[in-house]
Design a protein around this ligand. Sequence first.
Ligand code: ATP
Ligand code: MG
Length: 560
Amino acid sequence: MDFPENEKQSLNFIEQIIEEDLKNNNNEGRIHLRFPPEPNGYLHIGHAKSICLNFGLANHYNGLCNLRFDDTNPEKEDVEYVESIMEDIQWLGFEWDQEAYYASDYFDQLYDWAVKLIKDGKAYVDEQAQSLISEQRGVPTRPGINSPYRDRPIEENLRLFEGMKNGEFETGAMILRAKIDMSSPNMHMRDPIMYRILHQDHHRSGDKWCIYPMYDYAHGQSDFIEGITHSVCTLEFEIHRPLYDWFLDQIVEGNYRPRQIEFARLNLSYTVMSKRKLLQLVEENLVNGWDDPRMPTISGLRRRGYTPESIRRFAERIGVAKRDNVIDVGLLEFSVREHLNEIAPRVFAVLNPVKVIITNYPEGQSEEVELINNPEDPEGGSRIVPFSREIYIERDDFMEDPPKKFFRMGPGREVRLKGAYIVKCEDYKKDENGAITEIYCTADMDSKSGGAGASRKVKGTLHWVSAQHAIDAEVRVYDRLFLDEDPAGHKDKDFKEFMNPESLKVLPACKLEPSLADVKAGDSFQFQRLGYFCVDKESSADALVFNRTVPLRDSWSKRK
Ligand code: ATP
Ligand code: MG
């Protein structure tokens, strides 16, 4: 896959709208956006796109961006989610205006507005069964049927709605509906539900309420209350816009209205992104929690070794579209590879070690070789790595009977040990199962890198770790969680059928160069020739654990 350097050239359609509004001095030049998650799950990479867009626009136009929790559904919401959402936004590098906002803080105002709508004859209490109400709504091509309660006297509606609030009725006994138009071609305008009874505590308002506003009755007004100028949301809300406008037109005066702008949500190949599906993976223990490094959640990506910068770059690269599309997950992987290439120190790590003994190197002796930390970073400096008679190399860097084009180690062949000597394989030993246990080499002692004989060239260069100095680590090699490009897109098959059985391989006995003794969780490195790896949060000084972020190259585009 090729990724063009298509860095930003022109304004996207949202920026065009904002600049037009600024030119016309709409809202006295104020720019105020918001990111409105529902705290019913952890944020994923799609939310990251929305966060980068909203907070990014606010930063760019010297405006503000609120964080508002649209917490109208206490059955599915939790403070754990509120906290993770705040952590993720801050980690991405953004700051919201003031304290976080909550739709639940507007419940009193929303209630008062509902009473006003009832008094104006624009809302009514419906006591029919939910199934009947759904049936009466009809289909877009056929008008709905009016509820027999539609013309209930205002006084009765007021009394019942108050009773709903005061807990006089069972969950589901009745609802409050807006009285709009049962024959509207827009189904959302067919007397939509405003309030339902729910005898359920709320993570913020406790047991104060037993009726809760529907998202559609709360969202537009919340934007209005906060003085939002541009309410950026995903395309599925386009059809809700007339309803949001209708509510505001009935309850407030003046010209100020939040302006809703819709963009296409991010879809990624080889990924599922709905919170409901992600919750299923967590609850069924198909992954190890919301921050499993294979999850497309922001916390999972963080634990995997993604940097905030790489995610922001990704969001910038994909831009905003008005039509739904699917982005190749390879582009996300490219963005982190690109950033880690710039910042990650290079180190030697052997994941599947086999021992090599350099028979002409004196026993008990060791020496220091100097290696560049990062050729991409002029200030990256260098480090000292010890070399000695016994080293580890990767098991698959040796073949007993290698083909001609195999430029690594094989009987009678020479390779360079990076930063050290050219060695020649003289012999090897196997166990009773045929597995190689030891390889014997001789070193050309005049060939040391940086020394007089350094110019002698051989085809292959291997990384290595001195056995006596090596530190042990567990390395978790992560791969994509799904084998199918669109796991959720099969009508007759569950998305979980497409899970990659090899998405996690644990390598328990890896050998690392000793400079890695003092790493801390989140540190990233390039294990030379292998990929980018970061220290897992479960890692400790006694038991180091690394996660593979990405391999050095995209191996998936070749598989297709
Ligand atoms: P999901 O559909 O994954 O369950 P959601 O839309 O229910 O997510 P919300 O908490 O309502 O999640 O989303 C908060 C904000 O993030 C909304 O403005 C929503 O439009 C935006 N958002 C959600 N998913 C995506 C996505 N895939 N791409 C871009 N923005 C998204
Ligand atoms: Mg939503």
